[in-house]
Design a protein around this ligand. Structure first.
Ligand code: ADP
Ligand code: MG
Length: 260
């Protein structure tokens, strides 16, 4: 591909992506795009394959058919003379380190402070000098409103604070894409807003984001596109306000009415 084509490529391009676990078909031909600097929210019932799709983008799962590109690069395979070969784990790790992921359960290292959690990957994976990693981590903790908690351990933080540390930790790797998998689903209701506020600030700063969430207010106000998925297929997609106000498919209508 020429430079100009690569520059114009969407950050994520899924072309009829299929994934099965044995006989269980989980993704049945997912096609979607996330443009650079945009926010796409992915919604759908439990078990519809949302997490599996995010894990494919990050190459924690290998797709079985179809193609998935991140930043113009084929994920999980390399192509030679028109044939696909599975990528070596080392190359997959290189692709993965440019993608930030935030999970429902924050997965912080319990025996490390907030600051130590944030500096871990930049030092271990990127080989950044400790002083530099600390300076950057302090900036990021400030950005998520947690400067005062830099020396606190996860157990000393609320769920919302832990999730904000997890976001700072992902950002410390300077990702070009951020994936969020139900980042507020494990939080007490009063803590949801502080995490969504950090995500909104990130979106406003131009980060490309793919967010699985049930927070329709966030989808309506922050996302550029809403994709509704059910049973491994994209049922419908469009601008969030339009889709939420006027869902076309019965399955979307049923899902949305259950959320309200
Ligand atoms: P969602 O995130 O939309 O709730 P998931 O992607 O987690 O859905 O799961 C979709 C389906 O795939 C579910 O039926 C789930 O049980 C199945 N699944 C997910 N991961 C695995 C796995 N590693 N092995 C077998 N089945 C799996
Ligand atoms: Mg899930």
């Amino acid at each position: 591909m020429t430079e100009s084509v690569v520059a114009a490529a969407p950050m994520v391009l899924a072309d009829r992506v299929c994934k099965n676990f044995g006989a269980l078909q989980v993704l049945k031909g997912i096609s979607l795009e996330v443009q650079r600097g945009k926010v796409l929210t992915l919604v759908g019932p439990s078990g519809s394959g949302k997490s599996t799709f995010l894990r494919c983008i990050n190459h924690l799962e290998q797709v079985n058919a179809g193609r998935l590109y991140v930043d113009g690069d084929l994920v999980g395979y390399r192509e030679k003379n028109g044939k696909l070969y599975e990528m070596h784990e080392r190359d997959a790790a290189l692709q993965r380190r440019d993608i930030g992921m935030v999970f429902q359960h924050f997965n912080l290292f319990p025996h490390r402070t907030a600051l130590e959690n944030v500096i871990e990957a930049p030092i271990q994976v990127r080989g950044i000098r400790k002083a530099e990693a600390i300076a950057r981590a302090e900036e990021l903790l400030e950005r998520v409103g947690l400067s005062a908690k830099r020396n606190a351990y996860p157990a000393q933080l609320s769920g919302g604070q832990q999730q904000r540390v997890a976001i700072a930790r992902a950002l410390a790797m300077d990702p070009k894409l951020m994936l969020f998998d139900e980042p507020t689903s494990a939080l007490d209701p009063e803590l949801v807003g502080e995490v969504l506020a950090v995500m909104r600030e990130l979106a406003d700063s131009g980060m490309t984001m793919l967010v699985v969430t049930h927070e329709m207010g966030f989808a309506r106000e922050v996302a550029d596109e809403l994709v509704f998925m059910d049973a491994g297929v994209v049922v419908e997609s469009g601008p969030p306000r339009e889709l939420l106000a006027n869902p076309q498919h019965e399955r979307t209508q049923a899902f949305l009415s259950r959320l309200l």
